[in-house]
Design a protein. Structure first.
Length: 76
C-alpha cells in the first residue's frame, strides 16, 4: 500500500507539472489554435485510464440510480 500511495503521489505531481507547463505555454501563444491541452504535452500513465468524450453513464443507468436514490430518501 505504501508503494501504491507513493506512485499516486508522484503521478499527481507530474499532473500538476504538466498542467502548469501547458498554462505557461498557452499564455505565450498568439493564436487560440496554437494552444495545447495538458494531455497534448506529454503522456502520463493515468491518461490511458481516462476516457475522454464518452458519457460516464447511460440514461438507463441514471434512471436506475434515480430510483435507488428516491427509495433511500435522497432528493435529486
Amino acid at each position: 500500500m505504501l508503494g501504491e500511495s507513493h506512485t499516486i503521489k508522484i503521478n499527481l505531481q507530474w499532473e500538476q507539472t504538466r498542467y502548469l507547463s501547458a498554462m505557461i505555454y498557452n499564455v505565450n501563444c498568439t493564436k487560440k489554435s496554437q494552444m495545447l491541452k495538458p494531455t497534448q504535452l506529454f503522456p502520463l500513465p493515468q491518461d490511458r485510464l481516462v476516457k475522454v468524450g464518452k458519457p460516464k453513464s447511460t440514461l438507463e443507468q441514471y434512471e436506475k440510480f434515480k430510483k435507488i436514490a428516491l427509495k433511500a430518501g435522497l432528493e435529486i
